[in-house]
Design a protein around this ligand. Sequence first.
Ligand SMILES: C[S@@+](CC[C@H](N)C(=O)[O-])C[C@H]1O[C@@H](n2cnc3c(N)ncnc32)[C@H](O)[C@@H]1O
Length: 207
Amino acid sequence: MSWYDHHVLPRVIEWAMHDRRIARYRKPVLAEASGRVLEIGFGTGANLPHYPAHIKQLEIVEPHTGINARAARHLAASDIEILPHFLSAERLPFDQGSFDTVVSTFTLCSIPAVGTALEEMRRVLKTGGRFLFLEHGLSSEPAIARWQRRLTPLQKRIGGGCHLDRPIRELIETAGLAIESQKFEQRYAPKLPRVVGWLTSGVARKN
Ligand SMILES: C[S@@+](CC[C@H](N)C(=O)[O-])C[C@H]1O[C@@H](n2cnc3c(N)ncnc32)[C@H](O)[C@@H]1O
């Protein structure tokens, strides 16, 4: 891992992910969490204040040690008990059907083998279990999508492997998860550049 990725990137992620312009979208998605919950790509814990009060314990997956270190003060400010797993989502050490809820926020953009990781998330969900997602990705506007494709090689270098141009809905459906249409939303986050601000959120079920 480069010096930038180890020392600078965790600060950039903490600053960007706790931004109020995106924080407002977290609570409505996390309100759907229930039972045994696994959060993928925990980062610096930006979701913690937005989980409903009945969530008392979370299992988390996060492979980046520098980011884990920056999560410490957010963990200390939360009452939720955390069971950490320092590993990548492409290979999850859990039995099939272990979780009621799997959460991913702003993480599908960064996972190298995202299709494999989504299949793993589906595998570890119980039948009827739900995948909650809030992600930035490929815009439906062709002009913005062209810029997202152009800028992705640079973004990957400065953003820890983050792609601007991943088709979030398609990736989730290809993994065999069924999106609940009433809860599905796509919109630009106000005041964010459109190349990063096209947000997709909702709930998908393992049938
Ligand atoms: C932009 S941050 C989002 C953090 C957090 N989910 C949030 O909403 O604030 C992306 C996170 O995905 C993590 N990540 C990258 N590759 C991963 C992988 N293969 N498996 C699990 N997490 C990964 C990164 O380390 C980083 O913490």
